[in-house]
Design a protein around this ligand. Sequence first.
Ligand code: XIL
Length: 376
Amino acid sequence: MHSSFLSPKNILRRDFLRALLGLPLLGFSGLSLAGCESLSLYPETGFRSPGLGALARKKGRLYGAAVKSSQLNDHRFAEALKREVALLVPEGELKWDALRPSPAEFDFSGYHRLAQFAQANSLAMRGHVLVWHHANPSWLVPELKNKKTAEKILRAHIERVVAETSPMIRNWDVVNEAIDPRSPRKDGLRETLWLKALGPNYISQVFHYAHQVDPGLTLVYNDFGLERGDGYGYAKRKLLLNLLKKLKTKNVPIHALGLQSHLRCHLPLGGRDFTEFLKTVRGLGIEIYITELDLDLSRVPGEGYERSTFAQNYVQTYLAMVQESGSVNTLLTWGLSDRRSWLEDALGDAQGSLPLDTNYQRGPLWESLRSGWLRA
Ligand code: XIL
């Protein structure tokens, strides 16, 4: 469907449909003109314009994607990566369950595969993730016998992982998904293995450990659902803001907030409350990244153009809300193509959820990023 995505005929049809739906035009005619201006073909790819990574770089920004090392076996996928991204995030290779087959062992093989590919193609990398309540090996919880042992295990893990991935990785998701509005705790902290082992200060502890191991690292707190316009989103923003304020007051080295941005397109967006939240976070001296963008369209009615038009409008509105709070210099999607994405695994059909379609052709999200994120 998207192989003829940039043809003028489709652009007109799309604008016509937008008008029909009463939606603002997204400036695709402008986009197609921009495309025509640079008709010089990139012969190695057969594509008419550079990829998102190169386009972003021209603006001093960074576009990247989460990738599984096994995806590199697919030649077309690897070529698409080279064409489109400037940065790779190992999708699972730096999680505890991949790195730690046993208490005494580390296995960096998956990471090294990705790092070699990144190096050979001059791509940057960022790290995901030092502490998360998912993807832990089964030996871990029984080993966290008391606070002292738990601290030792955590510190040793961070030391080794940072040492092994340095100097390639200078930017880390340090703590992932620590806030849960459904937690019975007043502070909204999720009751994770680390909270149980170390107490509520575990978050500052992890950031301090990472900073001590290498003071040059950029350290990020990462979470999902912060954009939502329902009770969950409002509650989560409030709880996270309290946490970030507390961390900053205690001089915890935290440099950016990662908005995962797994957008569930049937839910309302947080609007002004969300934008104000982001402005307050920035006011604390914390930068905003978009770290895991993708679109869950499974509960959006309709199909074909109507559905992709809705999706484009949704993601453009989201990006405008984030960018109203300030610029977004780092944007990452969670995967690159609708084929082999985690949403494909979860939903069966993930059409339109990522920048490239199942045939590795540029799709609606690709266009939205170029005309939404990169236009501002
Ligand atoms: C997901 C991976 O994409 C899957 O392949 C894996 O099975 C489970 O984890 N938020 C995160 C990511 O921070 O680490 C998750 O990645 C997706 C949700």
